[in-house]
Design a protein around this ligand. Structure first.
Ligand SMILES: Nc1ncnc2c1ncn2[C@@H]1O[C@H](COP(=O)(O)OP(=O)(O)O)[C@@H](O)[C@H]1O
Ligand SMILES: CC(C)(COP(=O)(O)O)[C@@H](O)C(=O)NCCC(=O)O
Ligand SMILES: [Mn+2]
Length: 974
């Protein structure tokens, strides 16, 4: 909007929301990209970072410069494109980064592709690229910082895919960057001079509109209303989006009537906008930054300076025309009658009066234009809004007031980035048009600062605080050598396996007492040695404390429950409200959902403040234990400790931010919080915090599995089915994410409780549809039902949960002729088993069980050297297959709107879904309805949830069976 307001005063604060704020701009940029460690997983939604190609790295420009840019000429980073919106006040930058498919050579995957016919080919003539969209802003007065940023990230070089995106740019010589805003004209020469690129100018209004249309169609929680402090996301019906009024409040204000994609008209505008507030505010209050000015307004009282209706009418309302005494009659009007100078007014009051004046005025003009064209919906964008509650409330109030509730003001989370996004969209064949809501996953990295693959402390103490870049960067020479020495992870693993064995044996000794006690007990009861007794004796292997870093080394004793910031300014919207958009074209909606439109994954609504506070406390209190596990999982090295601290600080900062504004990252549910924690661990390079715990639990469980299977085989089918379900429920107690369970582990009693609940599980369970399920599987009387064709078993935890619970159940289904697909996480989360780990577990189990062996062979799970999955299938055509697919996520919960394409393919022939565990079947999907039969199994390991959800107690069980909706109809008809 620079065309409306030229000649701005210098502006104080710069913001880089890319991954965080950094003072040391140039070096940070390179640092943060250098931290990639191979995760060893096929990554759908990872926070992984690419390795930098450091060859021929050289300092660009003057060596004596404080923060010289380091050029990595051979580093493509697969950056594909960059687009800019250079406004009067701020430069907005949207760039895309792509990562190569790093999927590992997973034998499971190959056979899955054969079986389900999943292919990597895209039907389009050009593919939608998987990758990430980043959003960054700079002050226009600091354009050089922006150029440095582009240059250090090599964004202007177009990367490998430049030709693909822009056929006019065969090489960097003629590189062209799409840009909009007045600065695209004003600074074109500077771009040519500094970066050697030409600016391709795009129409500003067109960009605003295409940016807004993209966001409204593709981002689930983009638009929201804000009234009296209450933020509510609006579900946009993409088929009923137009027409609407788009009001972009930048330096100046544009009002655009939007009738469709590319169909719009700028119908009005005003020169009294964001630039006016900031410019006038700066003169009147001597504020140094926009945020300071906004913060002042929060403590202001505009009545000291505004002339109110009451001031004119002697304290009375002017009720005849509907004006109350407190209505502003004239902004700043009191200043005329009082004999005061500027210094006599509080800057706080001035700022508030100015903010209200401008917001009301814009609201009123917007309303008049909506009225003029009969538009009911008004979307507000532009950085003037800055996610600021009071500004939004003021505008909403104005629209509500003037339209008498007829029109609605809505705001956009990517408020200021509409134009830049639109410019990005103007590249031909960007593929974004084809993206659907389920292809996009938004992540909120904290900006882990890397040097040479190491994270140097947390970047943030408080989100309003600037990152202390200094401590992150050593001298220039050490910085370069750090970069060259970035491959530390292998050594760390070797070190870890040695030290963990040693510590493990010490702990074994410490726990010998518990061990002995357990065996005495079993002798005392004079029970014959059953698999359970063996398992109890193996108990020390399971409950022994995990090797930990020496106490106190993580430097974090406890974590205060984050408290709301009260009336201070919310953290800068652009720092954390807008994340990095991951474009994952392989994600799909789970095809067995009855109605994906009304599906809501979360069971607990965190909009309830009491609920929010409770879960925040739970997560905060779990943090020290999690950090210990995470640090131990990386060998307890100094580097791991530092990262542990950094992770804890970053996650606490997330919690604090969300406590302050729960909807800051979109609609917040418990699943989002649990996933955020895992993502945050990954950002700080904790690949799998519970790796060794999972391993030892798997081993202990596999050792007793043959005996369990024998015991099961001695039962009749009715008793067996019940025992199997009991087994799943009881084994769900092995959960390292539950505070109560972790306490049981530490006391060494978890196995006792497991044994107890397994030996005498009390039916009826709190939710008990077992008889219904049994009827469906076994039939009643003479009538033998058809077996299910294919069952999807969403498995949960490693160890007993999967080995002694879900695998035996899978085996029973296989034996009855049902194909079984084990659905497991793509990435680790707590102690959940992953799809990568499952084939080895199955292979081990198959050694002692023919049913599992044949099925696993038929499913291509036992083929180490894949000959040809098709042949294997032919050979085993008599066996129903057991398969493993990844679910596409790395969280203890699952959002079925975004699952892997292989899961979606496997679901096509499935007629039974079994969801197991608290995360997948209670926190999420408890109320999900499926087109096929569904069984939800979990032990409730949290007292509050038990009370709330099932009016029961901790350790109560849920066995919820819901037949396919068509079955329901036929049974109600008969
Ligand atoms: N950190 C900031 N620095 C300057 N202005 C800011 C900042 N944050 C929000 N603003 C507000 O945003 C306005 C610029 O909004 P923007 O949408 O970027 O418009 P433009 O394209 O005209 O620069 C400023 O005039 C000011 O009111
Ligand atoms: C993280 C979990 C959902 C994992 O449970 P699972 O899905 O493994 O059964 C669960 O442990 C949980 O909700 N924990 C937090 C609550 C608590 O500590 O009581
Ligand atoms: Mn779990």
């Amino acid at each position: 909007m620079s065309s409306l307001t030229e000649g701005h005063p210098p502006i104080g604060i710069d913001d880089i929301n890319d991954e965080s704020k950094h003072k040391k701009l140039n070096t940070d940029v390179v640092e943060r990209e250098s931290g990639e460690r191979e995760m060893g997983h096929s990554i759908h939604r990872s926070g992984s970072r690419p390795q930098l190609d450091l060859s021929k790295a050289a300092i660009q420009g003057n060596f004596e410069e404080k923060d010289p840019t380091i050029l990595l000429p051979n580093q493509s980073d697969d950056i594909s494109h960059l687009a800019l919106d250079i406004g009067g006040s701020l430069i907005k930058l949207v760039y895309f980064s792509r990562h190569e498919d790093r999927s590992v050579n997973d034998r499971r995957k190959k056979s899955i592709k054969e079986i389900f016919g999943v292919s990597n080919c895209n039907r389009r003539s050009y593919p939608i690229l998987g990758g990430r969209l980043h959003f960054v802003k700079f002050e226009t007065t600091k354009i050089n910082e922006c150029l440095d940023f582009i240059s250090s990230k090599q964004l202007h070089r177009g990367g490998l895919d430049a030709r693909h995106w822009n056929s006019d740019a065969p090489d960097n010589e003629n590189a062209v960057i799409k840009a909009t805003g007045g600065g695209a004209f004003k600074f074109a020469d500077l771009f040519k001079e500094r970066l050697g690129v030409s600016i391709d100018k795009e129409d500003e209004m067109g960009c605003l509109v295409s940016g807004a249309n993209f966001l409204l169609k593709a981002i689930r929680h983009e638009a929201f209303t804000h009234m009296e402090g209450h933020k509510e996301f609006v579900q946009i019906d993409t088929n009923d989006l137009f027409p609407y009024l788009l009001v972009n409040i930048g330096s100046g204000v544009s009002m655009i009537k939007v009738d469709g994609d590319g169909k719009f008209q700028r119908v009005s505008g005003t020169n009294v906008g964001g630039g006016t507030y900031w410019g006038l505010g700066k003169l009147l209050t001597k504020c140094k930054s926009f945020d300071e000015l906004l913060e002042l307004s929060q403590r202001g009282d505009n009545r000291t300076i505004d002339m109110l209706v009451g001031d004119i009418y002697g304290g009375m309302d002017y009720s005849k025309i509907g004006l109350s005494a407190s209505t502003i009659a004239s902004s700043f009007g009191k200043a005329i009658s009082e004999n005061k100078n500027l210094e006599d007014y509080r800057p706080e009051d001035i700022s508030l009066s100015l903010l209200r004046m401008i917001s009301y005025n814009i609201g009123q003009i917007a309303y008049l234009n909506a009225l003029r064209f009969g538009l009911k919906r008004i979307f507000f964008g532009g950085f003037f809004i800055r996610g600021h509650a009071y500004t939004m409330d003021t505008i909403s109030f104005a629209i509500q007031f003037w339209s008498k509730g007829d029109a609605q003001a809505m705001f956009l989370r990517h408020e200021g980035f509409l134009g830049a996004l639109g410019a990005f969209m103007s590249y031909e064949k960007h593929g974004l048009d084809d993206l659907m809501v389920h292809h996009l996953v938004e992540r909120f990295p904290m900006g882990a600062p890397y040097t040479g693959g190491k994270i140097h402390g947390p970047p943030l103490g408080d989100l309003n605080e600037k990152a202390s870049g200094e401590e992150l960067v050593g001298t220039r020479s050490s910085w370069i050598s750090d970069m060259a020495d970035s491959n530390l992870s292998r050594d760390a693993w070797v070190q870890y396996s040695n030290s963990s064995n040693m510590l493990g044996s010490i702990h074994c000794k410490l726990h010998e007492n518990v061990h002995q006690l357990a065996s005495f007990q079993s002798v005392g009861f004079k029970q014959k040695i059953s698999w359970m007794e063996k398992f109890v004796r193996k108990g020390t292997e399971i409950t022994a404390p995990v090797p930990m870093a020496p106490p106190g080394t993580t430097g974090l004793g406890g974590f205060e429950v984050p408290s709301s910031k009260g009336d201070t300014l919310r953290s800068d919207a652009s720092n954390l409200n807008v994340g990095v958009l991951h474009l994952v074209p392989t994600l799909e909606v789970f095809p067995l959902l009855v109605d994906p439109k009304t599906y809501e994954p979360n069971t607990i609504d965190l909009a309830d403040h009491g609920e929010l506070e409770y879960w925040f406390t739970v997560l905060s209190e779990h943090l020290p234990d999690l950090v210990d596990k995470a640090v131990a999982s990386e060998g307890g090295t100094e580097d791991a400790k530092r990262r542990g601290d950094a992770f804890a600080r970053a996650f606490s900062a997330h919690l604090a931010r969300l406590m302050e504004e729960p909807a800051a990252y979109g609609k917040l549910g418990l699943a989002n919080l649990l996933e955020l924690r895992e993502e945050c661990l990954r950002e700080f390079q904790f690949v799998d915090a519970y790796r060794s715990i999972k391993q030892r639990e798997n081993e202990a469980s596999l050792a007793v599995l043959p005996d369990l299977l024998m015991e099961l085989d001695s039962m009749n089918e009715e008793a067996r089915l019940l025992t199997l379900i009991e087994g799943v429920l009881a084994a769900n107690i092995f959960d390292w994410g539950s505070r109560a369970c972790v306490d049981l582990y530490h006391k060494g009693t978890i196995i006792e409780i497991y044994r107890m609940s397994r030996n005498k599980m009390q039916r009826p369970w709190r939710v008990d549809d077992f008889d219904l399920f049994k009827k469906k599987v076994l039939g009643s009387g003479e009538k033998k039902p058809h077996p299910h064709k294919r069952a999807l078993l969403f498995v949960d935890n490693a160890g007993a949960d999967v080995v002694l619970g879900m695998l035996p159940l899978a085996r029973e289904l296989l034996r009855r002729g049902t194909e079984v697909v084990l659905v497991a996480n793509s990435l680790p989360a707590l102690n959940d088993v992953t799809a990568m780990e499952l084939p080895d577990i199955v292979a081990e189990a198959a050694k002692h069980c023919d049913i599992l062996r044949r099925a696993a062979e038929a499913g291509g799970l036992l083929v180490d050297v894949m000959i040809n999955a098709a042949d294997v299938n032919k050979e085993n055509s008599s066996s129903v297959p057991l398969m493993v697919v990844e679910n596409g996520c790395g969280s203890p919960c699952i959002d079925l709107r975004q699952v892997s394409s292989e899961l979606a393919a496997a679901a096509k022939d499935a007629d039974l879904v079994i969801l197991e565990g608290m995360g997948r079947s209670l926190h999420t999907n408890y109320n999900a309805q499926f087109k096929c039969d569904a069984l939800k199994l979990a032990m409730v390991k949290n007292q509050r949830l038990a009370e709330k959800l099932i009016k029961g107690n901790i350790y109560d069980c849920v066995c919820r069976y819901e037949p396919a909706s068509s079955d329901l109809q036929s049974s109600s008809l008969s």
